[in-house]
Design a protein around this ligand. Structure first.
Ligand SMILES: Cc1cc2nc3c(=O)[nH]c(=O)nc-3n(C[C@H](O)[C@H](O)[C@H](O)COP(=O)(O)OP(=O)(O)OC[C@H]3O[C@@H](n4cnc5c(N)ncnc54)[C@H](O)[C@@H]3O)c2cc1C
Length: 508
């Protein structure tokens, strides 16, 4: 029987445990609570929702609603339990948090394939393991992770700037340009007059902020490490002096309005969030302002008066890995491929997204050793040419069909050996799939789905990796521009669910 260790019985760990246990795996589930707790959890129960009790909208015309519908199609275990524990919340799925974690704990505790071990794991060993220890991973395990992957690949908090829907910007005002016209004109620029600038700075300074959690206040007060200055909230910079921003992140030099030599008084730049250029983030605008205040104040930016927010900014304590640099496409660590990372630690953000993380990893793990591991690991290193394995032939070619058959058989053995080594964790196992070679080699979910795009977000290198939650900006647009926003969301949702059903069919 296949065995696996899962560390962390939060949302991702509980989902992964139930997925794998139902698939016949023997799961050892480690949870450090209640003996040792995190600064946010209050009970010793599994899948505890630590703050809001909402899993957000149920409507498929919202990104979160669509994600949940996709996850149901993929066979999510926790969402049906959440539905059983739901409380009235209009179009949202909100849960009675006590009942929810009680029921999850009960189901897991009674599962014949799950053994619960109530202890903190401080070191990762050579067993097949899923790490789902979340944004508040214990200090000792964090230290061990740093030893494995390097300090620069692990972050301790999010500093997120708002993300806008590109179609909601006013292009009579906003212009495309890179500073001093160096390289491609990748940035969108919002030019301020003097009056507009000071109005914006005053609004930032006076804006109402989120209170940090108690444990975070302590954390932020003590923060001295390298990312701090880059992550200073924009409202804090505004507070330092009325001209601080225009000599810093809002400096206008080299950003003269095209076709004129007119330099704005200040400029806010927007940078693309995805390859499809459907969503843009406000450069340097990480913020702790309340969401309503963000909407009001950032809409003062010239050209953004009707901007639609795909995600609001935030700054909070969050341990997460630089996924695209250190994860294989199946979400295992390149440095130690017997270790899979699930949930918020991998770089998703949010309750439902973390559950998705548990599902994705369980899905990948469950294929190991069940005879179809090649779906996941085509092991391109066997072909030194780097071509896909099916096209791989010996240098000298095949003499006849018998040679060809032998060659294929031989290869099967090598694969099997590799698989066995992988299960045993041979640290040097050279799974070094570049994304290009891996893309065809693993069953990534369709790119028209939010779940597929969140998975890609964790493995496709980006300049500035940040945790991501469900949003429509992740999805490729239609060739023809659809002006009616409601209709567009409906069409995006229908396309996603249809593609996912086809994808599910194709696997049968
Ligand atoms: C304070 C706070 C508030 C949040 N509020 C919201 C919100 O309102 N809405 C939202 O959508 N998202 C919110 N999030 C973000 C996120 O969705 C949740 O943190 C979510 O629970 C993450 O799921 P997870 O499974 O990755 O981690 P968790 O649910 O945190 O589970 C991790 C588990 O691992 C255990 N663990 C940690 N280290 C070890 C170890 N070494 N050995 C054994 N066990 C260990 C922990 O005790 C915990 O049970 C919030 C996050 C925080 C920190």
């Amino acid at each position: 029987m296949k065995k696996i260790k899962i560390i962390g019985a939060g949302l991702a760990g509980s989902e992964a445990a139930l997925q794998l246990a139902d698939a016949g795996w023997k799961v050892s589930l480690f949870e450090m609570r209640p003996h040792q707790t995190t600064p946010a959890h209050e009970t010793g129960k599994f899948a505890e929702v630590v703050c809001s009790n909402s899993f957000k909208s149920k409507l498929i015309t919202t990104s979160s609603g669509l994600l949940k519908e996709e996850m149901k199609l993929l066979g999510c275990k926790l969402l049906p339990i959440a539905e059983k524990c739901s409380v009235p919340a209009g179009n949202a799925l909100a849960v009675d948090r006590g009942k929810f974690s009680e029921l999850v704990t009960d189901i897991i505790s009674k599962h014949p394939n799950i053994k619960i071990i109530r202890e903190e794991v401080t070191e990762l060993d050579d067993e097949l393991t899923i790490v789902a220890t979340g944004p508040l991973t214990s200090a000792k395990l964090t230290k061990n992770l740093i030893e494995l992957i390097g300090e620069e690949q692990l972050y301790f908090f999010d500093a997120i700037a708002p993300i806008m829907d590109v179609e909601s910007l006013d292009y009579d005002v906003v212009y495309r340009k890179t500073r001093y016209d160096k390289g491609e004109a990748d940035y969108l620029n919002c030019p301020f007059t003097k009056e507009e600038y000071y109005e914006f700075v005053e609004a930032l300074d006076a804006g109402e902020k989120h209170e940090a959690h108690e444990f975070e206040a302590e954390f932020f007060a003590d923060i001295k490490f390298r990312f701090y200055e880059n992550c200073t909230p924009i409202e804090e910079l505004a507070r330092r002096g009325k001209d601080t921003l225009r000599f810093g992140v809002m400096r206008p030099v080299g950003l003269e309005i095209p076709g004129t030599d007119k330099r704005p008084y200040a400029v806010i730049q927007l940078r693309a969030e995805n390859n499809e250029n459907t969503s843009y983030n406000l450069v340097g605008c990480q913020t702790m302002l309340k969401y309503g205040e963000q909407q009001r104040i950032f809409r003062l930016i010239p050209g953004l008066q009707n901007a639609e927010f795909l995600r609001f900014g935030s700054i909070h304590r969050n341990t997460y890995l630089n996924g695209p640099h250190i994860l294989n496409p199946d979400l295992s660590l390149k440095a130690k491929p017997n270790i899979f990372i699930a949930g918020q630690l991998a770089g998703v953000e949010g309750y439902v997204e973390s559950i998705l993380g548990g599902m994705l990893v369980a899905r990948n793990v469950s294929k190991l050793g069940l005879g179809n591991e090649r779906d996941l690991f085509r092991i391109p290193h066997l072909c030194e040419t780097g071509v896909s394995q099916d096209n791989c032939v010996p240098k000298e070619g095949f003499g006849n069909e018998k040679d060809a058959t032998e060659f294929r058989n031989e290869r099967k053995y090598i694969e099997l050996d590799c698989h066995i080594e992988r299960s045993r964790n041979m640290q040097s196992f050279p799974i070094n799939l570049s994304f290009d070679s891996a893309q065809d080699d693993i069953n990534l979910l369709p790119e028209t789905t939010i779940s597929g795009q969140l998975w890609r977000h964790l493995i496709i290198p980006t300049e500035n990796f940040q945790p991501m939650n469900a949003n429509f900006g992740l999805l490729p647009s239609f060739e023809k521009k659809i002006r009616d926003k409601k209709l567009k969301k409906q069409m995006l949702a229908e396309r996603s669910l249809e593609d996912l059903k086809k994808f599910n069919q194709s696997l049968k």
